[in-house]
Design a binder for this molecule. Sequence first.
Ligand code: UDP
Ligand code: MG
Length: 139
Amino acid sequence: MAERTLAIIKPDAVAAGVAGEIIAHIQRAGFRIVGMKLVRMSAEQAGAFYAVHRERPFYGELVRFMSSGPVIPIVLEKENAVADFRTLIGATDPAEAAEGTIRKRFARSKGENAIHGSDSPENARTEIAFFFAESELVG
Ligand code: UDP
Ligand code: MG
């Protein structure tokens, strides 16, 4: 059965003009886009989205970065979408990301790493609802 996950093309990749290349890469890997928008998150929104990391030393920097420019949240559908998309994006730190992954190709650093992917089906549902109403997703 098809599963959904949330991707976010982060401000570094949008500013670098590589969002189109990243979207093409995702589609070629067999993911179907069922929702997509361009948004500029406020610091409050970015802080809420990453609230699970509130106590981490990089939280302030992460919130500043994620609200520094427009991002592209995308809802993706595929069998095993959550785990398969984590494989497609690669490790958090591009220095540790496998060849052929999105972060290996497009990320600049562990912080500015081009793309987000949900880490569990439960978090995917919460993260999708953070950006999208059900009426904004195609069937
Ligand atoms: N991050 C960071 N420094 C770190 C770890 C994470 O700046 O040491 C940032 C990075 O942008 C990462 C995000 O915080 O993508 C969320 O961290 P997480 O550990 O959830 O990594 P992810 O799930 O994105 O691979
Ligand atoms: Mg994570």
